[in-house]
Design a protein around this ligand. Structure first.
Ligand code: ADP
Ligand code: PAZ
Ligand code: K
Length: 251
């Protein structure tokens, strides 16, 4: 058994797994816990089964949270904590300027895409930010970062006097007749258009048609309007693959 913690800027997804395929998942707001004891209390309210004295794997893009998991591993785990990073995984070529700076969630997405979908994939992860990963001939070639849907809606709300916060929902059309639909077109529909534009130009670099995979909490809003596979557990699977690879090599 292993406990996975996917720490994003909005949510922390915690998952208990024994095989890296089935996950007992719960979603916590990342700002809701500040200590290992608070985190443990949350987990004990969710999980009925024994979660103590097992290794933990952390994919964190919020560095200030990382120390919590060190303490958690010491006090409640078996002392082993694996932090996902590109430098810790040498089965993939990280063909970018600074592999160290790639977000851990992106590293996990790339590992899982490569292992589960092959050498030519494009991954889109819809979260606080939207990330695009390019895997070509088994090498990670880099990608792109866009503002997430909620961030776009929030930016219009915070940056103006009159625009409201609207529901994250693509509008069924491209000419809005009221403020809400105008905002939805300009944030959700337009962002999907931007992603399609970027992917269209990335695909030109490939000799073979890449597999397109969508993941992340907000992939739920686009699954009916983009082609490709939706794999909500991609990041968690990548974290488990990272753990499997690392536990055999270092410790
Ligand atoms: N069960 C859920 N409860 C609340 N929000 C959810 C749920 N499932 C998906 N979401 C969406 O997921 C978003 C967070 O996506 P996520 O990929 O976890 O972000 P990040 O990794 O950047 O923290 C939320 O803002 C919400 O729109
Ligand atoms: C782009 C991200 C903020 C996405 O994080 P999330 O939306 O999951 O909170 C994260 O992957 C990150 O902090 N990356 C570091 C910079 C980089 O990947 O180049
Ligand atoms: K993410």
């Amino acid at each position: 058994m292993v406990l996975l913690f996917d720490v994003g800027n909005t949510h922390t997804t915690v998952a208990l797994t024994r095989n890296g395929k089935e996950f007992e998942k719960y979603r916590l707001s990342t700002v809701r816990y500040e200590t290992e004891d608070e985190l443990y209390a949350f987990l004990k309210s969710f999980y009925k089964e024994y979660i103590e004295n097992i290794p933990i794997v952390v994919s964190s893009v919020v560095p200030s949270m990382n120390v919590i998991f060190e303490y958690f591993a010491e006090k409640y785990g078996n002392g082993q904590v694996y932090f996902v990073s590109a430098l810790g995984y040498d089965k993939i070529k990280w063909n970018v300027s600074y592999p160290k700076e790639i977000g851990a969630d992106r590293v996990a997405d790339v590992i899982a895409a490569y292992k589960d979908y092959g050498e030519n994939c494009i991954v889109i992860d819809y979260g606080t930010a939207i990330t695009i990963e390019v895997i070509k001939d088994g090498s990670y070639e880099g990608g792109a970062i866009l503002p997430g849907f909620a961030m776009m809606i929030n930016a219009l709300f915070k940056g103006t006097a009159k625009l409201p916060l609207v529901e994250i929902k693509p509008y069924n059309g491209f000419i809005g007749k009221d403020t809400e639909s105008n905002i939805q077109i300009g944030t959700i529909n337009a962002t999907v258009g931007a992603i399609k534009y970027v992917i269209e130009n990335i695909v030109k670099e490939y000799q073979t048609q890449p597999v397109i995979i969508h993941t992340g909490g907000q992939s739920v809003f686009v699954k009916d309007i983009v082609e490709g596979i939706v794999d909500k557990d991609l990041t968690l699977k990548g974290m488990y693959y990272f753990y499997e690879e690392t536990k055999n090599s270092t410790r």
